[in-house]
Design a protein around this ligand. Sequence first.
Ligand code: ACO
Length: 331
Amino acid sequence: MLRAELISTGFYVPERVITNQDLTQWMDTSDEWIRQRSGIEERRWVEGAVSASDLAKLAAERALERAGLQAADLDCIVLATLTPDAYFPGAGVFLQRKLGIAGIPCLDVRNQCSGFLYGLSVADAWIKTGAYRRVLLVGTEVHSTGLDVSTAGRDTAVLFGDGAGAVILGRTEDASRGVLSVHLWADGKYAEKLWLEAPGSRFNPWLQASQIEQGLTRPYMEGREVFKHAVVRMPEAVREALRANGLTVDDVALVIPHQANQRITQAVQKALGLPDEKIASNIHRYGNTTAASIPIALHEAVEDGRIKRGDLVCLTAFGSGFTWGSALIRL
Ligand code: ACO
């Protein structure tokens, strides 16, 4: 039986560091408010016009280098983002063009904070069925240039950061490792609780000057509602992954939750009864990078030796849609 294995990881964040203090020049906020509510101390924001596929390219190149592979060795690209280069086509083709590998298929995944897990599910299935041998899976976001950095947008603007994380998945017949499972869920009832209302095909015409005036082109979030659901859904998703594989929390070396907010991560940790060393957190340095947060945290955990070959890693995410999920990977 074929399995998808993790060959390598890579990530890239822009050089420009924006501290909480820096944000006070544009909006009425404070370092104390942001730290207390979210755990974030700083984030990286792009300078000038840098797109999601630009960041993805740099993350992908690092993953390729670590794997000792060339871009030409890839069989397909799966790219998750909620901040695509253009409304269409998807950012995957821009990444493909920048990597210089015309011909291979590119799939864009539009599942926001759960995008990396939805993408992983597709990549895993393609590898298992033998459709593709080597898949580049990237989560990438450029949030900063779309945020409302005035006081009116402060409840969301302080949370988000730019960055990209990439993994290369390969094929193995070794049943003792690889992606054990991916579980996904969604509930569209909550679509408007965290969304970017416009532009969109619900409008005629789909782009209108009034949408900008009304603030509909900025992210909208009902923070408390998101919080309430995230702290229930992520532990549930982790338990379901473990149950499906006949494993327990004690078998897991590290849980990597989507880095939404440190208070959400702490609630997930508590619900699962995890010691500090078994839950990944880097939100204080990068903020919430949506589809990129899990692969960035995964890369850092591999890089600093927190997880190594043979370890069981559990990924979980929750976000806009609402969508959520979990995955178990034996490294
Ligand atoms: N700086 C200072 N004050 C602020 C800021 C800010 N950046 N943002 C909001 N406030 C003010 C509000 O205006 C409000 O003032 P008021 O009482 O005078 O009206 C006050 O702070 C409290 O606002 P609330 O929205 O009630 O604050 P809350 O305690 O709910 O915290 C937060 C907001 C941090 C967003 C919280 O709801 C939360 O953690 N939600 C989870 C959502 C989340 O983390 N999403 C991440 C993205 S989604 C995802 O990845 C899953």
